[in-house]
Design a protein around this ligand. Structure first.
Ligand code: MN
Length: 195
């Protein structure tokens, strides 16, 4: 039985090639995420967190190994569900598009800023576009497995800049990987997260 924490991929494991290869999906989803999920299941068994949703656990978990694994489970759920091999549109529409123009000036400016933050993040972590406590869009860098929800911000779009996300396909070329990720974003899914 698959854990309730394991997202079902809405595409075949080779469908995101060449941006994310089947080999990377097999390791990243099949091994890395599966390990975070197994660890979390084990850590919360018999505790007050056992019946909670991943969102609740990310907010409630004690600092340290429980939060580290919970953060990574939620990060990767959002990450793997945000892609499509055939996006219907190559930029956001609706409410999100309006917010981007209001808060960044243009979609291209948002892309520039996400790229800069992704290239500039030292070591392992995530760069998130999120909706903050004032209802404004914000880009934040999260070290390691940290998730914006822990800080009262709603995560919308996340770039995983741990080397395990791109090293098999891009080696040290993080900037090239990030630039290519924009080609496979499912904006219908990101738009849904704003509602
Ligand atoms: Mn990862």
């Amino acid at each position: 039985v698959m854990s309730k924490f394991m997202p079902v991929l809405p595409y075949a494991t080779d469908a995101l090639e060449p941006v994310i290869s089947k080999e990377t999906i097999d390791f990243h989803y099949g091994k890395h995420l599966q390990t975070y999920v197994n660890n979390l299941e084990k850590l919360i068994r018999g505790t007050a967190l056992e019946g909670e949703s991943i969102e609740e656990i990310v907010v409630d978990a004690p600092e340290g190994v429980v939060y580290n694994n919970a953060g990574q489970v939620m990060n990767h759920q959002l990450y793997f569900l945000q892609f499509s091999p055939t996006p219907r549109t190559n930029k956001p529409e609706g409410k999100l598009a309006t917010l981007i123009v209001r808060d960044f000036g243009s979609f291209e400016k948002l892309q520039e800023k996400m790229n800069e933050r992704s290239i500039g993040l030292f070591g392992a972590g995530w760069v998130w576009l999120c909706l903050n406590e004032n209802g404004a869009l914000e880009i934040i860098s999260c070290p390691n497995g940290d998730n914006p929800l822990r800080h009262g911000k709603l995560p919308l779009l996340g770039f995983d800049v741990w080397e395990h996300a791109y090293y098999l396909d891009y080696q040290n070329r993080r900037a090239d990987h990030i630039a290519d990720l924009w080609k496979i974003i499912n904006w219908d899914e990101i738009d849904r997260r704003v509602e």
